[in-house]
Design a protein around this ligand. Structure first.
Ligand SMILES: [Zn+2]
Length: 190
């Protein structure tokens, strides 16, 4: 697997573009509570664990606030996996690559990505993917689209990535887009 795309500006700029498209749709829908107009109210974010030259791509999450009732509307995102400190593409790729936990794998992650993931964080991620993901409203709604992913022995999220074709970069873009409803809106689960 070639993970080099994770360090290319073009990959991250493309993700920003997708997030902006999703956000435009959210804004056009208006406030789900009162129908009021949505104003930009982005969240500053401070991603951890990633190389410093990539932090600018993840320094804010697009979000809105209703001009009338102040209700928050945070659109789904392909860059942020909910409140996790690690940006979505890094979180997912690490989860795809690591089916088990051991010191050697953690040091490989550090060597290949320059990313430090401690064991308790990784265990929390693994627990979520193996126990909680299948119970989310998102997956109950979408699993029919990917019948093979639910029946193999391959753990999530690797089983989802395997459903896509093309380069790892392309597959990751599809996976991030597929999973984005988990990160905002009514199907939010992270
Ligand atoms: Zn409102």
């Amino acid at each position: 697997m070639s993970q080099i795309f994770l360090f290319n500006a073009s990959f991250h700029l493309f993700l920003i573009q997708i997030d902006q498209e999703i956000a435009t749709k959210t804004r056009e829908q208006g406030c789900i509570c009162c129908g009021g107009k949505l104003h930009a109210a982005d969240y500053p974010r401070s991603p951890v664990g990633i190389p410093s030259e990539l932090r600018d791509y993840f320094d804010e999450r697009l979000s809105f606030c209703c001009a009338v009732c102040r209700h928050r509307a945070t659109p789904p995102s392909v860059r942020f996996f909910g409140r996790r400190w690690y940006p979505a593409p890094f979180h997912l790729l690490i989860c795809v690559l690591m089916c088990g936990i051991n010191e050697r794998r953690l040091s490989q992650i550090k060597r290949h990505f320059g990313i430090t993931v401690n064991e308790s964080t990784w265990k929390r991620w693994r627990k979520w993917w193996s126990n909680e993901f299948e119970e989310t409203a998102f997956w109950r709604k979408e699993k029919g689209l990917m019948p093979n992913a639910g029946i193999t022995d391959t753990p999530f999220p690797r089983a989802l990535l395997n459903e896509f074709h093309g380069t790892l970069e392309k597959k990751m873009q599809f996976l991030l887009r597929l999973l984005s409803p988990l990160t905002g809106g009514i199907l939010r689960a992270v």
